[in-house]
Ligand binder design. Structure first.
Ligand SMILES: Nc1ncnc2c1ncn2[C@@H]1O[C@H](COP(=O)(O)OP(=O)(O)O)[C@@H](O)[C@H]1O
Ligand SMILES: [Mg+2]
Length: 348
């Protein structure tokens, strides 16, 4: 029998997506075969402290995104690599073979945690420091995509609210605008804007979340998503999925709170050649932005069948109803097999 692999599943974190991460982690640990894997859960609380979950009920209230939490009975000691005193027992992190960070947003998805895992000297699932940092920043991502020739929405990046007056934004980008923090996720701080009053309020909200803010043209089109899996030369782009939000746009409420907030249609009903083109673009974008392991790549498909790339998520949601695993399931890769592929890619 081959030796069991110990997975350090890291979840929670200090970002606004803490709760979503816990729900993803719950689903991942439930799907990992205990014949092949030992699973250690590592919860990061909202202040950044780490805790070990070595029992089944570590995660609580997993059915409710507003109430989900974890047990804080066992704090984690950080490994003192090369500094261990003689006779000191091994710390828990040194037992881990592969880390699986399923932490979204700041410090979890932006390369910071990935850097720490590099320093630990451990392999980990998903994008490395580079790709994580690039894709976390919607402005840097767009600049790389534009240079490569991948279509993106018209936008302006602001470092201060007074850098772009509403009248000028309308003139340059159109009458309806999207205002969003540059380095957030889950639609936190994203607003659709039609008046100077809304614009003012949206800037205030977005700047509360980040010091870089994007003002974008509003793109009217279908929201189409594609999952990519692989390392340096990813062959694999999944079938496409479509999201039809019941709200004005795909907001946090629509994503996680309201069960009927959005329909996920898999596979999306799209002409074969258009679909092939989007999948090809997804793989190119994955490479252009230095992704590894996995990414979910989101597009807007317009009525004339042209499309633009909206954003790249290096740590997409991983609940059993999330789009990333759903698209693989529809492409013939089950949720447990997907997890094993990701672990293999991390060990590669
Ligand atoms: N330029 C845009 N045009 C139309 N809808 C947009 C635009 N930007 C964002 N949205 C809507 O807001 C949602 C969240 O924005 P997104 O850029 O994906 O940020 P996040 O990283 O928070 O998911 C999108 O899924 C979409 O519904
Ligand atoms: Mg998005």
């Amino acid at each position: 029998m081959t030796k069991k692999i110990t997975i350090g599943l890291i979840c929670g974190g200090t970002s606004g997506e803490h709760e979503v991460s816990l729900i993803s982690a719950y689903n991942i640990q439930a799907a990992l075969s205990r014949e092949k894997f030992n699973v250690l859960l590592v919860g990061i609380d909202k202040n950044g402290s780490w805790y070990l979950g070595n029992h089944e009920s570590f995660l609580k209230n997993v059915e409710n995104v507003r109430k989900v939490s974890f047990d804080t009975e066992f704090p984690v000691r950080f490994p003192q690599r090369n500094l261990k005193k003689q006779g000191e027992s091994s710390d828990i992190i040194s037992e881990v073979d592969v880390f699986f960070p399923i932490t979204h947003g700041k410090h979890g998805e932006d390369g910071a945690l990935q850097g720490l895992l590099e320093i630990f000297g451990k392999p980990y699932v998903g994008a490395d420091v580079y790709g994580s940092a690039i894709c976390m920043d919607k402005d840097v991502t767009k600049r790389l995509l534009r240079e490569y020739g991948i279509p993106i929405a018209k936008y302006q990046m602001l470092r201060k609210p007074e850098e772009l007056r509403f009248e000028d934004a309308v003139q340059n980008l159109g009458e309806t605008l999207f205002v969003k923090p540059c380095r957030e996720g889950s639609s936190l701080g994203v607003s659709k804007v039609r008046s100077s009053k809304e614009y003012f309020e949206a800037l205030r909200e977005a700047f509360a979340a980040d010091s870089k803010v994007l003002v974008e043209e509003s793109v009217s089109g279908r929201e189409i998503e594609c999952s990519v899996l692989g390392n340096d030369s990813p062959e694999a782009a999944s079938v496409l999925g479509e999201i039809t939000p019941a709200y004005e746009f795909y907001s946090y409420e629509a994503k996680y709170v309201d069960e009927r907030g959005a329909d996920l249609i898999v596979p999306a009903d799209i002409d074969l050649d258009v679909s092939r083109n989007i999948r090809q673009t997804a793989v190119e974008a994955f490479q252009v932005t230095e992704c590894r392991g996995m990414a979910r790549i989101d597009f807007f498909l317009k009525s004339d069948n042209t499309f633009i790339l909206n954003e790249i998520n290096t740590l997409p949601g991983f609940t059993n109803i999330s789009m990333y695993p759903k698209l693989w399931e529809a492409s013939g890769l089950s949720y447990p097999d997907l997890l094993e592929s990701l672990i293999d890619l991390a060990l590669e």
